[in-house]
Design a binder for this molecule. Structure first.
Ligand SMILES: [Zn+2]
Length: 72
């Protein structure tokens, strides 16, 4: 492979991965000031969904890099 530019699929997945990471960080930050009540439980569920989405994006990115073997 002699592609000068970054693999477009890899770039797309990396952006998605980063966006999911930001969302996960924001969701966990939102937990910090809360009391352990129903509001916390709701926010915790949101954070859990954000974590699962982040994991999914992370795996998709690494799977692509592994399968496609793109250097950039
Ligand atoms: Zn690629």
């Amino acid at each position: 492979m002699h592609a000068a530019a970054e693999c477009s699929e890899r770039r797309r997945l990396r952006k998605q991965y980063h966006a999911a990471l930001r969302a996960y960080i924001d969701a966990t930050d939102a937990l910090d000031p809360l009391e352990f009540d129903e509001e916390f439980d709701h926010a915790y569920n949101e954070a859990t969904f954000a974590r699962l989405d982040f994991e999914r994006c992370r795996q998709a990115y690494h799977r692509h890099v592994s399968d496609h073997a793109c250097a950039y």
